[in-house]
Design a protein around this ligand. Structure first.
Ligand SMILES: [Cu+2]
Length: 398
């Protein structure tokens, strides 16, 4: 089928947990709305003809590249043709692909452009600006595309997969984490129209789905983060297969790791690491999420053999030997048993809702877990293990 998507390239503001408000460029899929960070998630099915029209409201030309898609066509009113790099009259590269002009440009080229491609492979992909990308992508003109396999059927467990039936990529819940970084000096220079030397790019904030920790742990669609609609909290029940899709939309590489769990990378850049005879999928504790790359991982939390019959196969320390009184231990439920709450020492605030377990997921480059030098922040979120049967349809991307 044909999927028609309209995006407006416009500006807006993002919030950071330290009270800053940062000017961004980005996309919205609703006319008249401000830009969101990252751009709207695009979820299609393998074989779909995807038509994306970009309306440019920015003060300079912009465009979209679709890494991982082939045969992308562009149409700015003269009919579809193969999208290709654009040069000015003297042979200088002005854009890596066909672009939409900006309103008021005396050149009077169209300010809307349509891109068309067939989603050939399932997987996780980025879309991002191909015009002044060193500036426009960090400003926020990027987003992610999920392509479902052609036989995807969420009602049939063997066909609720990332890459198709019999590829070993079944999942119960899925999460998408798009990482990037922000140099506020660039954003303020673009807002004021002043010069900025990209060679002096020095990030002060790092984002998961456009948010800096601890905002990463807020739910989707929080009113206080109106232009940053996507949370990055991972929630699971024991034994479930959890699919985590990482996408690196920034310039830096980010070593992301999940405490207490190895994940299995089943695909990179939207390509399954397995064919009929060879399985190149691999287990990792830390995944160096490269700039421009995507990683699909599946793991299952079983907690040292946790089961209903054997809830905690370990010897518990005395309460006095636990660090629950210290700042930062506020996710302790008071009970070591999943789904139970117990007494908390006087003076300790517990944010634990129902006896769930928490594991941190963060960048192992320590500077990236700060907000303008202040720890904790940046590329950090949590995996929370909830009691069986308590999560409903949390972790469903549509
Ligand atoms: Cu760690």
């Amino acid at each position: 089928m044909t999927v028609n998507i309209e995006l407006w390239a416009t500006d807006g503001y993002m919030s950071t947990p330290d009270g800053n408000s940062i000017y961004i460029w980005g996309f919205t899929d609703t006319a008249g709305k401000k830009a969101q960070l990252p751009g709207p998630r695009i979820v299609v099915t393998q074989g779909d003809v995807v038509s994306i029209t970009v309306h440019n409201l920015l003060p300079e030309a912009t465009s979209l590249l679709f890494p991982g898609q082939s045969g992308v066509l562009a149409d700015n009113g003269t009919g579809p043709h193969l999208a290709e790099p654009q040069f000015d009259g003297t042979g200088n590269l002005v854009s890596l692909t066909d672009f939409a002009d900006y309103p008021g440009n005396p050149g009077a080229n169209p300010t809307s452009i349509r891109y068309i491609f067939t989603a050939g492979n399932p997987g996780t992909y980025l879309y991002e600006s191909g015009t002044n990308p060193h500036k426009q992508v960090p400003m926020g003109l990027y987003g992610a595309i999920i392509v479902r396999p052609a036989d995807y059927d969420p009602a049939v467990p063997s066909r609720k997969t990332a890459y198709g039936e019999n590829t070993g990529t079944e999942f119960d819940r899925e999460y998408l984490i798009v990482v990037s970084e922000i140099d506020p000096v660039l954003h303020s220079a673009v807002e004021k129209g002043t010069d900025y030397n990209i060679r002096e790019f020095k990030p002060r904030y790092w984002t998961m789905n456009g948010r800096c920790a601890p905002d990463t742990m807020f739910a989707d669609g929080m009113g206080c983060l109106s232009n940053q609609p996507y949370g990055a909290m991972i929630m699971a029940e024991p034994g479930e297969k959890i699919l985590i899709r990482y996408a690196g939309a920034g310039i830096e590489n980010h070593p992301l790791h999940l405490h207490g769990n190895h994940t299995r990378v089943v695909a990179e850049d939207g390509r399954l690491l397995k064919n009929g005879t060879t399985d190149l999928s691999y287990k990792r504790f830390t995944i160096l999420t490269g700039s421009g790359q995507t990683y699909d991982q599946i793991f299952s939390w079983s907690g040292l053999g946790y089961s209903q019959a054997n809830p905690i196969p370990t010897t518990l320390p005395n309460l006095r030997n636990l660090g629950v009184g210290d700042a930062g231990w506020t996710l302790w439920s008071g009970s070591p048993y999943l789904g139970e709450k117990g007494d908390i020492p006087v003076g300790v605030t517990s944010f634990n809702e129902m006896g769930e377990y928490y594991f941190m997921l963060h960048s192992h480059e320590e500077m990236q877990i700060t907000n303008w030098g202040e720890f904790p922040g940046g590329l950090m979120t949590m995996l929370a293990i909830f009691p069986a049967g308590s999560l409903g349809n949390v972790g469903t991307i549509e």
